[in-house]
Design a protein around this ligand. Structure first.
Ligand code: ATP
Ligand code: MG
Length: 441
């Protein structure tokens, strides 16, 4: 019976020195009489010392021939060492649970990892199912789990209700060009790009709601920050405008950074992340800048940009390179944004919206704003855009029956993970990344 996690053994966090461990052989070397097996479980690795004259010939030879990633059960004494890991295990008994066939050794070798150099080669992507158990990926998955947990705790501590929307939908949220069409019993349906429109329908029922769910976008060009299936944390709140929604966006991102410092500082450091940066993101206010000022700044840097354009990543990158903390960009031109953004009553050439741009060149992590909430205004915006009304009838009904000011945002969870973990590419943060070229494994 397993009595300890390896993490507890190496940190000396155990009251008895006899331990029973279960895990996988991470490395193995030795001589005819003595073997050193580095055993891995989900919490860490520990060196296990196996002596022929202690475990007997049969057990010793089984271990000698066992390949990397064989699963094993070990009993022994955990003793302090002054070497790399604080403790090692003097093995009294070892048993192979799941062997690895010598004709098919574990393909992810140290040389394959070295070739990838902390990034991801096609080979590693093809073997993603096996790559998941390597150190860097395991670390990312733990960080990711804490990010998800932080999003839930932020909203739940503030009495938001978790709410689910359908994934098969009839209309676009973010524009038709990135819609995935799916055959649907002789009709056409689409995979949802966002939870938002269906959340607005429940806004008069729940007033404060959130979700974490996948969104789907047929992003044709492969970039370091787009997946075709990504995890989207979204919120919607009644009786609110752009300001209050932005306050929640900033609050949520600070809470995620703080949670990572509390739960995952070892993991962040093992990825080479400077914790002082994360501390700064966790404790700073995020400044606000109007779109027009961003355009001025870009022009001053010699960037070719025209008023009215949405800012794509090439511009966000330049803009955020000299940011020390995330910045909100607000008041985009109406022509750059979809119909549901509410025109600014003070100057209807702009909409009451915001994007939150992460520093260090990471760019947009949140898009949000105030919604067009009166029937006449939404019909006018839909008409201006030339969008068909029919798929949005349910959405317009929300305005027909007691419309109220409201707003919300969507945060790209994978992007936030990439930024806070300092990853070069968004796909490093998700177990099975999907992009225009890859749906396997
Ligand atoms: P971008 O301009 O960067 O493509 P967007 O403006 O289309 O993003 P929104 O519709 O505002 O994105 O979506 C809200 C958030 O979801 C974004 O701020 C981003 O963090 C995330 N997001 C959007 N598209 C993707 C994607 N394809 N892959 C990963 N995250 C995404
Ligand atoms: Mg956006």
């Amino acid at each position: 019976m397993k009595t300890h996690w390896i993490g507890d053994v190496i940190s000396g966090n155990h009251d008895q020195s006899e331990v029973h461990l279960k895990g996988w052989i991470h490395r193995s070397r030795g001589s005819k009489r003595l073997r050193f097996v580095v055993l891995r479980d989900s919490t860490g690795t520990v060196q296990c010392v196996i002596k022929r004259d202690v475990v007997g010939d049969d057990a010793f030879e089984t271990v000698e021939s066992a390949l990397i990633e064989s699963s094993v059960e070990i009993s022994g004494m955990a003793i302090p060492t002054d070497r790399e890991h604080g403790h090692e295990v003097q093995v009294s008994d070892i048993r192979i649970i799941g062997p690895v066939d010598p004709s098919r050794p574990f393909p992810i070798t140290e040389s394959a990892m070295a070739e990838a150099d902390g990034g991801e080669t096609e080979f590693l992507l093809d073997n993603r199912h096996l790559y998941l158990r390597t150190g860097r990926m395991t670390t990312m998955l733990k960080i990711r789990s804490s990010v998800f947990g932080a999003i839930h705790s932020y909203f739940r501590e503030r009495d938001f209700i978790e709410y689910q929307a359908p994934n098969f939908v009839a209309g676009a949220v973010e524009g038709g060009s990135t819609l995935f069409e799916v055959p649907y019993f002789g009709r056409k349906a689409f995979l949802t790009q966002s939870w938002q429109l269906y959340a607005e329908a429940a806004m008069p029922a729940l007033e404060r709601l959130y979700t974490i769910a996948p969104s789907f976008r047929a992003e044709k060009s492969r970039t370091r920050r787009h997946l075709t299936e990504f995890w989207h944390a979204e919120m919607e709140i009644a009786w609110s405008g752009n300001e209050e929604v932005m306050n929640h966006g900033g609050g949520l991102v600070r809470h995620i950074a703080r949670t990572l410092l509390n739960e995952r500082s070892d993991e962040l450091e093992s990825l080479g992340r400077d914790l002082k940066l994360i501390e700064r993101y966790a404790s700073s206010d995020y400044p606000r800048m109007r779109y027009d000022e961003a355009i001025e700044r870009l022009k001053a840097k010699g960037v070719q940009v025209e008023w009215g354009q949405d800012l794509d990543y090439s511009k966000e990158k330049i803009l955020t390179e000299d940011f020390e903390v995330p910045h909100f960009l607000t008041h985009y031109p109406k022509i750059a944004k979809p119909f549901y953004h509410r025109p600014d009553p003070e100057d209807p050439r702009y909409v009451l919206c915001h994007d939150l741009l992460a520093p260090e060149g990471y760019g947009e992590i949140i898009g949000g704003g105030e919604r067009t909430w009166s029937e006449s205004e939404i019909l006018e915006r839909i008409d201006e855009e030339g969008t068909p009304v029919e798929p949005y009838e349910f959405y317009i009904d929300v305005r027909r029956y007691g419309g109220v000011p409201h707003g919300g945002f969507g945060l790209g969870v994978d992007r936030v993970c990439a930024w806070l973990a300092g990853a070069d590419h968004i796909r490093e943060t998700i177990p099975f990344p999907r992009d225009s070229r890859r749906v396997t494994p």
